[in-house]
Each structure stands twice: as structure tokens, then as C-alpha cells.
Design a protein around this ligand. Structure first.
Ligand code: ADP
Length: 294
């Protein structure tokens, strides 16, 4: 089982010619409201990739449709609390160049309680994983609890908070970052110097670094893998990282080696970037298998 302690958002998506500039009012001719949040996206990716995923989080009590949607996608929602705090949400601008610009309101995503975490992790067993992003509260508490239970911790520190992330790295078994997060964390100006400096700064840490269309680099002090991305026509990179994380962790939990897990996850995220949307653009296992067989 993987316990994903993560955000659930309603994404309000607007397609625009360019990002709204200071003082500008712009009409959008395309609007959608979609399930999102890095946490929910990663739970959906995990479920679609075949993992047994329990989402741990909170939403407003009137947003039952969110629970129904997650359930229909294969996520175990029994650990999602429905409370009297607005569901987290995001306002997303999306340009024709497939760039996005996002405002986040955290709402119920920051209403996790220690009691909730204690109850959840009491049932966790060795071999289980806890996954966290940086869109919920009590991250350090969850990690410490997981460590006490002998459960492995995967951490995707997004959006990046440098001080918090540095403080938590000692509690993390697998760190998953994109290149901007990696550069922020190490304080290096470009990706080559980051790739050189990261293993020196954190020699014992296992790190999966996603590099957009340049693929993925993995290192853990002993080995280093570089896997190329698949060449596709990208229209919306929203949830590419979330898709990658879900498929990679799922493959790892199903006993695949790291290189094969990364390859499957690159295929899944390549499919994701060819589609508009967040959770809805995450492919199924079957689609990934078919893509790899091409
Ligand atoms: P994030 O969405 O967190 O910024 P990345 O942009 O690094 O993460 O994307 C995650 C993964 O998605 C990459 O490692 C790659 O495998 C895949 N990916 C992203 N952009 C593209 C693209 N343009 N073409 C093919 N694959 C892509």
C-alpha cells in the first residue's frame, strides 16, 4: 500500500493567448473545472498504474463529487476527511505554447490533524510507502511517524520551500524533484552544475530528477542512471511530473528495477503531455504498455 498524504484541488483552467499582465483584463474563450492538486494527481497516476493507493487528505463537506471521481479512478478515499473548510483550488492560465501559470489556494489541504495522521499510519506496515508533496501541512510530523513505523518515505517537495526541504531530507528515502526544484535546492545556476553538485551535497540520498523533455536522472550514491524522454508533440505539461511519480513508484512497488520503472514512467508522462488537463490527462497502464510496444 502507498499512503499518499496530499492535496486535493479543484482546478479552474483558462486557455489564453498569453498570461494576464499587470493591470490587464483578458477574456478567455475556454474554461474547465477539473480535479487537480499534486496530491490527487499523483494518487490518480498511482491508481492508474496499478498501485494500491490510499489518499490521505481533506476537502469541504459539500464536494462529494471529488470523492466520487477519485473512487471511480481507483483511488481508496476512505482516509479523506470531509470538513467545514473550503476545498483547495487552483486558478490556471494555459497558453497555446503549453506554458502554465498557477495561483493556489490551499484551504482544506492545510487542515490535516495529528490525530488523523496517527490513525492512518498506525495501520501501515513494512513494505508500505508514504508519499508527500509540499501542498499539505504536518509534513515533518508525517515523515517522523512513517519512520517510526518503518515505512519508506518518498517526497516531492513541490512547490519548493528550500529551508523546509533541506530540514526534511534526513527523513526522506526517495526525493523526487524537477530541474527547477533541484537548482533551487542546490543553489546552482544551470542543470549541468546541479547534476554535478547534487550527489556531492547529499551523498546518501536517492534522488529522481526529472528534466522535462530531456528525460530523467537518478542517483543514489552508488549508481547513476540517465533515461531519455520520449519524443512527442507536447500540448500541456500540467501533471507530467505527477504522472511520472505515480508510474515510477507503482512500478518500483511492483518489484521492477529502477531503470525499467523510470522507462515506464517516462512513457506515461510523454502520453500525459500530449493531452490537455491534469488528472484527466494521465494515461492507463494499458495505454502505457501500448505506447512502449510501438
Ligand atoms: P514537472 O511537470 O514536475 O515540471 P518535468 O517537466 O520534468 O516535471 O516532466 C516530468 C517528466 O515528464 C519528464 O521527466 C519527461 O519524462 C516527461 N516530459 C515532460 N515534458 C516532456 C516533453 N515535452 N516531451 C516528452 N516527455 C516530457
Amino acid at each position: 500500500t502507498i499512503y499518499n498524504v496530499g492535496s486535493i484541488n479543484l482546478d479552474h483552467l483558462y486557455q489564453l493567448d498569453h498570461f494576464v499582465r499587470p493591470g490587464e483584463t483578458m477574456a478567455s474563450d475556454h474554461y474547465q473545472c477539473l480535479l487537480g492538486g499534486k496530491g490527487a494527481n499523483q494518487s490518480v497516476a498511482l491508481a492508474k498504474a496499478g498501485a494500491e493507493v490510499k489518499h490521505v487528505g481533506a476537502i469541504h463537506h459539500t464536494d462529494q463529487s471529488v470523492v466520487t471521481q477519485l473512487q471511480s479512478l481507483g483511488v481508496d478515499t476512505s482516509l479523506i476527511r470531509q470538513i467545514d473548510v473550503p476545498t483547495g483550488h487552483a486558478i490556471i492560465q494555459l497558453t497555446k505554447e503549453a506554458e502554465n501559470s498557477i495561483i493556489l489556494y490551499q484551504g482544506a489541504n492545510h487542515a490535516l490533524t495529528e490525530e488523523q495522521v496517527d490513525q492512518v499510519l498506525e495501520n501501515a506496515q513494512q513494505g508500505d510507502w508514504v508519499l508527500l508533496q509540499n501542498e499539505t501541512n504536518l509534513i515533518e510530523y508525517v515523515m517522523k511517524k512513517a519512520q517510526q513505523q518503518g515505512v519508506k518515505v518518498a517526497f516531492n517537495p513541490a512547490p519548493m520551500n528550500i529551508a523546509l526541504t533541506k530540514k526534511l531530507l534526513g527523513l526522506v528515502d526517495l526525493l523526487i524533484v524537477n530541474e527547477v526544484e533541484a537548482m533551487d535546492l542546490i543553489g546552482t545556476p544551470d542543470i549541468d552544475s546541479t547534476l554535478a553538485a547534487f550527489p556531492k551535497a547529499y551523498p546518501d540520498l536517492a534522488v529522481l530528477m526529472t528534466l522535462g523533455k530531456a528525460g530523467v536522472c537518478y542517483f543514489n550514491g552508488e549508481e547513476r542512471l540517465q533515461v531519455a524522454a520520449f519524443s512527442v508533440n507536447a500540448v500541456d505539461t500540467t501533471a507530467a511530473g505527477d504522472t511520472f511519480i505515480g508510474f515510477c513508484l507503482s512500478a518500483m512497488m511492483q518489484g521492477q528495477g529502477m531503470a525499467e520503472s523510470i522507462r515506464r514512467a517516462c512513457a506515461a508522462s510523454a502520453i500525459c503531455v500530449t493531452r490537455l488537463g491534469a488528472a484527466s490527462s494521465i494515461p492507463t497502464q494499458q495505454e502505457v504498455t501500448a505506447f512502449l510496444a510501438q
